[in-house]
Design a protein around this ligand. Structure first.
Ligand SMILES: Nc1nc2c(ncn2[C@@H]2O[C@H](COP(=O)(O)OP(=O)(O)OP(=O)(O)O)[C@@H](O)[C@H]2O)c(=O)[nH]1
Ligand SMILES: [Mg+2]
Ligand SMILES: [Zn+2]
Length: 366
């Protein structure tokens, strides 16, 4: 198998010339001659769909190591990853390696055990989509911003501007907060392709963008408007609360024709942090106030000289925003503790298995 770089370039391939690759990518490519580069465009329970060009997609087998139940999800490919393919023994193509990812959008998987769930990899722009309808929730937007905080660029798209049901002052406060964080935002009707063309300024050749947001906010509607065809299925929202019906069920990476790619994702029900998040960007206002508290370890409860309490009393800090900050901070800390426990368990498992391996080895060596 060989790689068609011109075809890859239409799939968001970041290098304009094959010889402009990052050193760690070149190293992996050299380790795997006779392979073709492809991009994961869909991920299903049963496997991956990988594209080697805009019209060249195939269901492929994953690396055998990834199929082991103990393989941590973050080590397996997800939508947006670049993988190396090889055809083995007349079978369908198999993924034999993955190029190191530049970044990944992730959350903690639902459930008690600490596991990460990858949403998309190698992302340049995250569009956080929020509907200006009855489902609007400023706290949920803060939660999304916390989760995608590591992205190179975040843009918030407020859909349903044509039938806005959010109070003007509530919306204005959110706008001000985004602006103070340097986050661009646009309010639009996702069904109007002229309005949706504001997204083009972020979607240049070699750029990969992902749409995230609750079910029913219009992620698939935006995707269809951008590509100019009804590729993704969309569905009415419930009339009494504007909630969506979880219409999109898996992530799709779609080439836009100009060398940029867009990933449509299913609306997420739960947005739990993995422990790797930082609140400094999303809650810049809160953290800079906290830095002015008299005591460095101020808990902003009853300590004297607390800048947070003073700002709350002066009405300069929204108590609901502060409450959400505390809540998210607590969740991130708990996730960090769980992550530490898991690493400890993995380290112990290694120590326990080591002598056994050694003994077995010496038995066979004799
Ligand atoms: N009037 C109006 N309707 C919109 C807008 N954006 C989306 N809709 C409608 O909202 C409904 C839900 O849109 P979808 O695109 O299916 O939402 P989604 O975010 O893809 O939802 P999931 O796939 O469930 O995560 C559809 O009926 C859309 O037509 C908008 O800006 N204005
Ligand atoms: Mg959808
Ligand atoms: Zn304080």
């Amino acid at each position: 198998m060989s790689t068609d770089y011109a075809a890859l370039r239409t799939m968001g391939w970041p290098a304009a010339r094959p010889d402009q690759l990052p050193a760690d990518w070149t190293a992996v490519l050299q380790d795997h001659p006779d392979t073709a580069i492809g991009r994961v465009v869909e991920q299903h329970r049963s496997g991956y769909v990988v594209a080697t060009g805009p019209d060249e997609t195939a269901a492929v087998d994953s690396l055998p190591d990834w199929q082991k139940p103990r393989c941590p999800p973050e080590q397996r490919a997800c939508v947006g990853d670049w993988v190396l393919l090889k055809v083995l023994d007349l079978h369908r193509p198999q993924i034999v390696a993955m190029l190191p990812r530049r970044n990944v959008i992730k959350r903690a998987a639902a459930g008690e055990h600490f596991k990460q769930q990858l949403i998309a990899a190698n992302i340049d722009v995250v569009f956080v989509v929020v509907g200006l309808d009855l489902d609007f929730n400023a706290r949920r937007l803060e939660r999304y911003l916390m989760l995608v905080g590591a992205a190179d660029r975040i843009v918030v798209l407020f859909t349903k501007a044509d039938k806005q049901q959010v109070a003007a002052d509530v919306f204005a406060t959110v706008q001000q907060q985004l602006e103070s964080q340097g986050i661009s935002w646009h309010a639009l009707n996702a069904k109007d392709s002229t309005a949706v063309s504001v997204m083009s300024q972020y979607l240049h050749e070699g750029i990969t963008a992902v749409l995230v947001g609750s079910s029913g906010v219009g992620k698939s509607t935006l995707t269809n408007a951008l590509i100019g065809e009804q590729r993704m299925r969309t569905n009415e929202v419930r009339s009494h609360d504007s909630r969506g019906k979880h219409t999109t069920t898996y992530r799709h990476l779609i080439p836009l024709g100009n060398g940029a790619c867009l990933i449509d994702t299913p609306g997420m029900r739960e947005l739990k942090p993995t422990g790797d998040e930082e609140l400094g960007t999303t809650f810049d206002d809160v953290e800079s106030l906290a830095a002015q508290c008299k005591f460095r370890d101020c808990r902003h409860v009853a300590e004297p000289g607390c800048a947070i309490r003073a700002a709350l009393e002066r009405g300069e800090l929204d108590p609901a925003r502060m409450e959400n900050y505390r809540k998210l901070q607590g969740e991130i800390r708990r996730a960090q503790d769980q992550q530490a426990v898991r690493l400890e368990q993995q380290a112990q498992a290694k120590v326990l298995t080591k002598p056994v391996n050694k003994r077995q080895k010496s038995k066979y060596e004799r």
